[in-house]
Design a protein around this ligand. Structure first.
Ligand code: AMP
Ligand code: GLY
Length: 426
């Protein structure tokens, strides 16, 4: 089978690494990929939001299966576009159409969806720019902290947790009045703050049935001890100790099953990943957000733990034949450490030479490129999150030691990584 993977981050390198090991894979292309994916597959220089370019690649390279990493092409309607392209009638795809991707693309839609299907989530009220005054009055009645969310995609920056009423007021005015996130903040959700530990749960669904992937914990803040600004994710651990059988049974019955049944009931076709961003509030899971894709860096921890042939399951998903399928996982623990550019998540420079890639890996960890590119004979930095290092082991400390030993052998000017990934779970 010829497979086209869309995206360029660590998640895509991890997916490419697993897909390339399958006996079902004839040729793997990645658009646009990074320096890491170039070592195991063919990068094609087409951006992940270039629907015209992707359509052309599918036709030209006789692609059988498209697997989408990031959310933007899904929300833009890549599936809908490919489905109506003459010559691509038999093309299979993992990733929902625009209607299903609204689970991620509109926080107002997903909140109303959860309410309709009685899926546990934080209480929220939505305000438009015309309702600014009403929203402002409503804020005065809310307990602190107050969560404000731009409705649309805002590259992970659309959520503000206001610690004072003044901050909540200025955030609401900024988002609705000044359109801080453009059309993404034409609507803003004012949400109740939930207190608990977060975890990421992933399924692959064909709209009827689903298979569960290993769950993971993401470390979002830039600094050790969960301090400083939010990032795309500085590390991950899988599995998550508190996600025991009793807890996961609640997740399945109160969240996963009603979500998939709800999509079906509302005639929203869905073949792809659903990422449930959950919070454990006193033993009960609540949904913080849905994503229509896998997590990053969670994928870099989760995918190396999968024992099954991933392409077999992706194919079954795309064909609507997931019934009876399972994903076998190993008993390993995985700890992923993300090396980032100095200055990230603020401004940072690119093009720094990455040293030490050649001699890896002393401890057997897996290196996934995130923001890298080839520049002549060198690999250089090309993003905020640069390289993910995943250690596996029978215990968390063993997995941590492996990841950190190899992280210490990699360097570039300004490189930074958190030193405490997984420490809270020891
Ligand atoms: P989101 O972009 O929806 O994932 O939100 C970003 C982060 O904000 C989440 O990962 C949580 O840490 C936090 N967050 C979002 N909604 C809430 C909430 N209702 N209560 C507490 N924290 C939240
Ligand atoms: N690590 C969180 C995300 O992928 O959205």
């Amino acid at each position: 089978m010829n497979i086209l993977l869309i995206g360029s981050g660590g998640r895509e390198h991890a997916l490419a690494w697993k897909i390339s090991q399958s006996k079902l894979t004839t040729k793997l292309f990645i658009a646009p990929g990074n320096a890491g994916t170039a070592t195991i597959a063919e990068n094609i220089s087409v951006a992940s939001d270039d629907l015209d370019g992707i359509t052309e690649v599918c036709l030209k390279q006789k692609i059988d299966l498209v697997v989408v990493g990031p959310e933007v092409p899904l929300v833009l309607g890549l599936r809908d576009r490919l489905e109506k392209t003459p010559g691509l009638e038999r093309l299979l795809m993992v990733g929902p159409g625009a209607s299903g991707a609204r689970l991620e693309g509109s926080k107002d839609f997903s909140k109303q969806f959860m309410l309709r299907h009685r899926i546990p989530t934080a209480k929220a009220k939505t305000f438009t720019a015309l309702e600014l005054e009403e929203g402002s009055k409503y804020l005065c009645t809310c307990n602190l902290p107050i969560v404000l969310k731009a409705d649309g995609l805002a590259a992970g920056k659309g959520v503000v947790i206001a610690q004072t009423h003044d901050e909540a007021q200025s955030t609401l005015h900024d988002m609705l009045g000044n359109k801080r996130f453009g059309s993404a903040s034409e609507r803003v959700l004012v949400e109740e703050f939930l207190s608990g530990i977060e975890l990421s749960v992933f399924v692959l669904t064909d709209g009827e049935h689903y298979v569960l992937l290993p769950e993971a914990k993401d470390y979002k803040r830039i600094g050790d001890g969960d301090t400083g600004p939010n990032t795309g994710g500085m590390g991950a651990v899988s599995p998550v100790p508190f996600a025991d059988e009793a807890f996961m049974n609640k997740v399945k019955s109160a969240i996963i099953a009603p979500t998939i049944a709800g999509l079906k009931q509302e005639s929203i076709p869905y073949r792809g990943f659903i990422f449930f961003g959950l919070i454990n509030v006193g033993g009960s899971p609540f949904v913080i957000e849905y994503n229509a894709r896998m997590g990053d860096p969670e994928s870099e921890a989760v995918i190396p733990r999968i024992d099954s042939d991933l392409v077999e399951v992706l194919l079954a998903c795309a064909q609507g034949q997931l019934k009876g399928k399972v994903i076998r996982m190993t008993n390993n623990m995985a700890v992923t450490v993300m090396m980032v550019s100095g200055g990230y998540p603020g401004t940072y420079s690119k093009g720094k030479t990455i040293r030490g890639l050649g001699q890896l890996s002393k401890s057997g960890s897996q290196i996934f490129h995130a923001g890298t590119r080839n520049a002549g004979h060198e690999v250089v930095t090309d993003g905020g999150r640069v390289i993910a290092i995943t250690g596996l082991g029978n215990r968390i400390d063993e997995a941590r030691n492996r990841a950190y030993r190899d992280a210490g052998d990699l360097s570039f000017d300004g490189a930074y990584f958190r030193k405490d990934i997984g420490v809270d779970l020891l």
